[in-house]
Design a protein around this ligand. Structure first.
Ligand code: ADP
Length: 489
C-alpha cells in the first residue's frame, strides 16, 4: 500500500526554493536598475501565487513579506531622495498586487487543505472508494481501494475503471435505470484485483451532474463481500448435498416397495411373452391373442420404465431447475413410488385433487421430495394403528391470500398417532425426531425447499388422531404462466 495523502503542507524542494529566490532577485534587479516607468513589482504577485503550490500559510506570508520589503527597498534605492507621485503610485500598485495575490493564495491554500482533509477522511474508510469522470477515467482512489484491488493510487489514477477492474455485473445487480432517476445505484459486482483474483463487492454509486444535468463524476464505494459469498456458496453446496442424502435415504426406505413396483410389470412381461409365444406356436397361430399379449407387454414395459425414470430423476443430483407445473403433477409423480409401501402397510389412499390445478413455478424433483417425505412419515405414523382405518388423504386446492394473491394448496392427512406434543412446536427444526432410527431431517429440509419456492408448510394434529400437513405455494396468474415458462430458471 502506498503512503497516505498528506495535508499538502509538504516541505518545498531545494529546486523550488532556488527558483523562487532567483525569480525574486530578477524582479528586484529589474525594478531597481532598469530604467522602466512601469510597476515591475506587480510581478511579485506571480511569485506569491506560485509559492502557494508548495508552501503552507506561514510560508506564503513570509514570501509576501519578502516581496513587500524588496519593493520598498527598490523604491528607497531609486526614488528615496525625491518623492514623485508617478513612482509612488507604481510602488503602491505593486504592493496592492502583492497583497491581493497573498489573499488569493491563502484562500486557495485553505480550500486545498480542506479538500485534502476530506480525502484523508475517505482514506480512513475500510471501503474501496474511487471517483471516475464521465469517460470512466479514475480521478480519485482511496487507500481502501489500494488495499482491496492492489493497485497503488499512482497507477490507478488516469485509468478507465471498468477496464482496470474488469467489472462483471451479477444478475442480482439489477438494472441501471434507477441511476437516471435518483443518481444513485446499488448492486453486486465482481471485480478483478491486480493479482488476477476475483473479488465480490456490494457497489454503491452516486452520480454528480452539472447544471445541464450531464453526469461529470461518479463516486463508487465498494465493500468486499467475497468471504460472505464463499460462505453462502459453501452453505448452498452443503444444503444441496444434505437434500440429496436425505432424498436417497428416503428412497432407500422405499427400496423394497419400488423393487416390487418394477418387478411386477417385468413379471407380467414375462408371462405375456410366454403366452404370446404359445399362441404363436399353435398349429393354427392365434395372431389376435399374440397382438394382445404384445400390447400388454408394451404397456407393462412402459410402467416399469416410468417408475425407473422417476426414481432416477429423484436419485440424480442436479441443480434445481424451476418449471411451470401443478401440485397435482407432483402427486402423480410420487404415487407410483409410494403405492406399494402403502399397500404393504395396509394404508388406503383417498385422492381429492382440484382440476384444473393452479400452476406454480417449482423444481419437480425437490417438490416430489417434500411430498414423499410427508407421505412416508404419514405411513410410519399409521403403521401401528389397529383400532381405525389407516387412511392417507391427499387434497389439492386453491386459497386466497389477504393480498388477493392465490396460493396453490396441497394437504396430506393421515389417521395416525398425531404429532407428539413434545416436539409439536419444533417439528420443522433439524434433528427433531421421535423415531429410534430417525434423522429428523426430512421435515426441516421440506420446509427449506417449500420456503425457497416462496411458500410455506404447516402441521396440525387432528382433534382425536392423525396429522395434517399443508403446503402452500404462490399460484401463477394466467398471464404470468407464459412469462414464467420463458424465464424458467
Ligand atoms: P424423521 O422421520 O427422521 O424423524 P422428520 O423430520 O421427517 O424426521 O420428522 C420429524 C418428526 O416429526 C418425526 O420423528 C415424527 O415424530 C414427527 N412426524 C412427522 N410426520 C408425522 C405424522 N404424519 N404424524 C405424526 N408425527 C409426525
Amino acid at each position: 500500500m502506498s503512503e497516505r495523502p498528506s495535508r499538502m503542507t509538504s516541505r518545498p524542494t531545494g529546486l523550488q526554493v532556488a527558483l523562487m529566490l532567483v525569480g525574486v532577485a530578477i524582479i528586484f534587479a529589474i525594478d531597481t536598475f532598469a530604467p522602466l516607468d512601469i510597476a515591475i513589482a506587480v510581478l511579485y504577485a506571480v511569485v506569491v501565487i506560485a509559492s502557494a503550490d508548495f508552501l503552507g500559510r506561514r510560508g506564503i506570508l513570509l514570501v509576501c513579506a519578502v516581496c513587500v520589503l524588496q519593493t520598498l527597498l527598490s523604491f528607497a534605492i531609486v526614488h528615496g531622495e525625491s518623492l514623485q507621485s508617478g513612482p509612488v503610485l507604481r510602488a503602491l500598485i505593486g504592493l496592492c498586487a502583492i497583497g491581493i495575490a497573498t489573499l488569493a493564495a491563502l484562500r486557495n491554500r485553505k480550500a486545498a487543505e480542506s479538500l485534502s482533509d476530506q480525502a484523508a477522511l475517505l482514506d480512513l474508510s475500510h471501503d474501496a472508494i474511487f471517483v471516475r469522470d464521465a469517460t470512466d477515467v479514475i480521478t480519485y482512489w482511496n487507500a481502501g481501494a489500494e488495499e482491496l484491488y492492489g493497485w497503488p493510487r499512482k497507477e490507478a489514477l488516469g485509468q478507465k475503471s471498468h477496464a482496470l477492474l474488469k467489472t462483471k455485473y451479477l444478475p442480482s445487480a439489477g438494472t441501471m435505470e434507477q441511476l437516471d432517476d435518483s443518481n444513485r445505484w446499488q448492486g453486486e459486482l465482481v471485480h478483478t484485483r491486480r493479482d488476477g483474483t476475483e473479488v465480490w463487492v456490494v457497489s454503491r454509486w452516486a452520480v454528480q451532474r452539472d447544471e445541464r444535468g450531464r453526469p461529470f463524476a461518479t463516486m463508487e464505494t465498494n465493500s468486499d463481500i467475497t468471504e460472505q459469498k464463499h460462505a453462502e456458496d459453501a452453505l448452498h453446496h452443503a444444503r444441496s448435498q444434505l437434500e440429496h442424502v436425505t432424498r436417497i435415504s428416503t428412497l432407500g426406505e422405499l427400496t423394497a416397495s419400488i423393487a416390487h413396483e418394477v418387478n411386477q410389470p417385468l413379471a407380467a412381461i414375462l408371462t405375456n411373452g410366454e403366452a404370446g409365444l404359445r399362441w404363436l406356436l399353435r398349429d393354427k397361430p392365434n395372431l389376435e391373442e399374440v397382438r394382445r399379449a404384445l400390447e400388454r407387454m408394451i404397456s407393462n414395459g412402459r410402467r416399469a420404465s416410468e417408475v425407473i425414470t422417476r426414481l432416477r430423476a429423484l436419485a440424480r443430483k442436479s441443480n434445481p431447475s424451476h418449471t411451470v407445473l401443478t401440485l397435482n403433477d407432483i402427486v402423480a409423480d410420487v404415487i407410483p413410488l409410494v403405492e406399494r409401501e402403502m399397500l404393504n402397510n395396509d394404508v388406503g389412499l383417498r385422492l381429492d385433487l382440484q382440476a384444473p390445478a393452479p400452476p406454480v413455478l417449482g423444481d419437480r424433483v425437490q417438490l416430489a421430495q417434500v411430498v414423499i417425505n410427508l407421505v412416508v412419515n404419514a405411513i410410519h405414523a399409521m403403521s401401528q394403528i389397529d383400532d381405525r382405518r389407516r387412511l392417507l388423504s391427499i387434497n389439492s386446492g386453491t386459497s386466497l391470500e389477504d393480498s388477493n394473491s392465490q396460493m396453490a394448496v396441497l394437504e396430506i392427512e393421515d389417521t395416525g398417532t398425531g404429532i407428539d406434543p413434545k416436539i409439536a412446536g419444533d417439528i420443522f427444526t433439524a434433528f427433531q425426531t421421535t423415531k429410534a432410527d430417525g434423522m429428523g431431517m426430512g421435515l426441516s429440509i421440506s420446509r427449506t425447499i417449500v420456503e425457497s419456492h416462496g411458500g410455506s408448510i404447516s402441521a396440525t394434529s387432528g382433534d382425536r388422531w392423525g396429522a395434517l400437513f399443508r403446503i402452500r405455494l404462490p399460484a401463477l396468474q394466467q398471464d404470468e404462466v407464459a412469462a414464467a415458462a420463458e424465464q424458467a430458471y
